[in-house]
Design a protein around this ligand. Structure first.
Ligand code: GLV
Ligand code: MN
Ligand code: MN
Length: 418
């Protein structure tokens, strides 16, 4: 294979990224594509159309993970997998996940143009619900593939309207197959490589085009339901009030404090959801619903902060006479990427004369779960100011092209292994 022949058609890729961004629940530049929304379903159809235009085989599993295959000469060998997600949280941008889905389709086209004839098949996976927006838990598709979320438990996941995952599957026509069928055998892929924007500022600050991810930080999510006592905002005197919002406000401050005092600069904690009932200006809030995201590169300090938050919730609610239900929605370990794949990408960068850095991913990814069934690695590209999960998220065509080029070379080399 002559590496100089692998040439990414960035104009086409950019126009596909721009077109997908218009499939959104909100007007541009905002991208919102929540699982099972009309935008999510149209986004999936758009990606399938691109795959078909590239002459690739498409199949979908019972949770809606899409597998796009370029069949190798030796299809019995475990395939090389790549991919990411196209769902987007409310008020997001157009690159998170998308670069790792549309990028690989263009990488395959570039390999085809370069006359590469891979031994192993190459599969692009579009994972369902990497984002936790609908069901409160992220990476639903990859957790089911890896077997770290029980199908019976997944089926019962409920969204904020009380509608279950199983009812949604029925509504969108995915329920012909049982969720149990999603799980993959641990030898079904020889490797998984995810291309993603960094979602942090380091590559841009150091003026580096590529990051090779060695570790993915440990995420966790807590859900807290607070029940106080409501009443008339004029008639209920201040002493003895049991205001659910105020208990929640104290909890949110305790969450911040637990991260700041964890003993690790890597602990980060966010109360990203805070809803109250009844939500009337002249009514004391009787209910509050909080969702808390807590992460760290090390489990010890993450879990220490979690235990502190749990103690503080108890103390605050007791003092305020507010009842609580606290649930650990997810507590995932940190992930170590495969050292051989890390070195392979480092060598690819050296061959292409691209400076790079080995780094930690502070965001979680479907890679965290793919790593449990096959050797896994991630390729990062910079994004402006490290911004992500906001509409002004941006990676330049040049930055994306470089990432897709490294991915294409990596896939070609993994798919040539016998
Ligand atoms: C993924 O979107 C994350 O929240 O890390
Ligand atoms: Mn995201
Ligand atoms: Mn992502």
């Amino acid at each position: 294979m002559k590496s100089e022949k692998i040439e990414i058609d960035m104009a086409r890729l950019q126009s596909q990224i721009d077109e997908l961004a218009l499939i959104s629940e909100n007007p541009p530049p905002v991208v919102t594509r929540i699982l099972f929304s009309e935008a999510d379903l149209r986004g999936r159809a758009f990606v399938k159309k691109l795959a078909a235009e590239a002459g690739l085989k498409v199949r979908q599993d019972a949770i809606g993970n899409i597998f796009i295959q370029w069949t190798g000469q030796n299809p019995k060998l475990p395939a090389v997998a790549t991919g990411s997600h196209i769902d987007a949280i409310p008020n997001a941008g157009k690159f998170d996940g998308v670069v790792g889905v549309l990028g690989p389709i263009e990488a395959i086209r570039a390999l085809q143009r370069a006359g590469v004839n891979p031994e192993r098949s190459i599969e692009v996976i579009v994972f369902t619900a990497e984002e936790p927006t609908r069901f409160g838990i992220g990476c639903v598709g990859s957790r089911l593939l890896a077997g770290t979320l029980a199908p019976e438990k997944a089926a019962l996941l409920k969204d904020r309207d009380g509608k279950s995952l199983e009812s949604w599957r029925e509504q969108v026509g995915w329920a012909n197959e049982h969720l149990r069928s999603v799980r993959l055998a641990s030898n079904c892929f020889s490797a998984f490589v995810e291309l993603h924007i960094e979602q942090g500022p380091l590559l841009e600050k150091e003026n580096l085009p590529i990051g090779v991810v060695e570790r993915i930080a440990a995420p966790s999510t807590l859900r807290l339901a607070l029940t106080g006592v409501g009443g008339h905002a004029g008639g209920t005197l201040m002493p003895g009030r049991r205001d659910a919002l105020l208990a929640g406000a104290e909890v949110a401050l305790a969450v911040e404090k637990a991260a700041l005092n964890s003993g690790s600069p890597d602990t980060v904690a966010t109360t990203g959801i805070f809803r109250i009932e009844p939500g009337a200006v002249n009514s004391v809030p009787c209910k509050a619903h909080l969702e808390i995201d807590l992460r760290d590169t090390q489990t010890r300090t993450r879990d220490g902060a979690m235990a502190q938050i749990e103690r503080d919730v108890g103390t605050i609610c007791e003092r305020r006479g507010v009842q609580f239900e606290l649930e650990r929605v997810a507590t995932d370990p940190p992930v170590t990427c495969d050292p051989r794949l890390v070195n392979l990408i480092a060598e690819t960068c050296s061959t292409l004369r691209l400076p790079f850095k080995r780094m930690v991913s502070r965001a979680y990814h479907d890679s965290s779960f793919m790593a449990q069934i096959c050797p896994t690695v991630m390729i990062f590209i910079p994004c402006r100011n490290g911004w992500s999960h906001r509409p002004d998220e941006y990676a330049s065509p040049e930055q994306i092209k470089t990432g897709v080029t490294v991915l294409a070379h990596t896939l070609a080399s993994l798919a040539s292994e016998l």
